[in-house]
Design a protein around this ligand. Structure first.
Ligand code: UDP
Ligand code: MG
Length: 151
């Protein structure tokens, strides 16, 4: 169980645009340099239905259909990250949803090409981080250095 990590984890996804362009290693390196521990990671693919489930909160928005199509258009890398204040600090690291407004040096400023194809996802609350973590990772796939049984 990861419940004891509530408040210290965030879920990220390197989106299909950034995976296709070969930005995974640069993005992961920037994340680790910023002090986040990778405690779970996998390359996977979202079916249309899983993308619908993942972005359910946006189902009434005008961009929903296009977003679902984009997110299921190719491989993604999903990553569980651990850090104090993980959710907030990670949102700062990735920058604004719209790359036009993203601060220089943020991941979206560097790698996003549009409001939709913005390279990376980051959870927006501790509650959602927990939900999104469960969406991708069973507890046997999570390895925190802070757990006693970590080698
Ligand atoms: N998005 C879009 N058009 C919009 C707003 C969002 O295509 O007007 C996409 C974009 O890929 C964004 C995702 O939908 O990352 C989820 O939107 P949200 O508002 O949750 O932004 P985020 O939390 O990812 O910054
Ligand atoms: Mg969001």
């Amino acid at each position: 169980m990861i419940y004891h990590m509530f408040g210290k984890i965030t879920l990220s996804i390197i989106k299909p645009d950034a995976v296709k362009k070969g930005h995974c290693s640069s993005i992961l390196s920037q994340i680790v340099s910023a002090g986040f521990d990778i405690i779970a990671l996998k390359m996977t693919e979202l079916s249309k239905n899983s993308a619908i489930r993942f972005y359910e909160e946006h189902k009434e928005k005008y961009f929903f259909e296009s977003l679902v199509k984009f997110m299921s258009s190719g491989p993604i890398v999903s990553i569980l990250l651990e850090k104090e204040n993980a959710v907030k600090d990670f949102r700062i690291l990735i920058g604004d949803t719209n790359p036009i407004n993203a601060e220089k040096g943020t991941i979206r400023h560097r790698y996003a090409t549009s409001l939709e194809k913005n390279a990376i996802h980051g959870s927006d609350s501790n509650q959602n981080a927990f939900k999104e973590c469960q969406f991708f990772f069973p507890s046997r796939e999570i390895f925190s250095k802070k757990d006693k049984n970590f080698l």
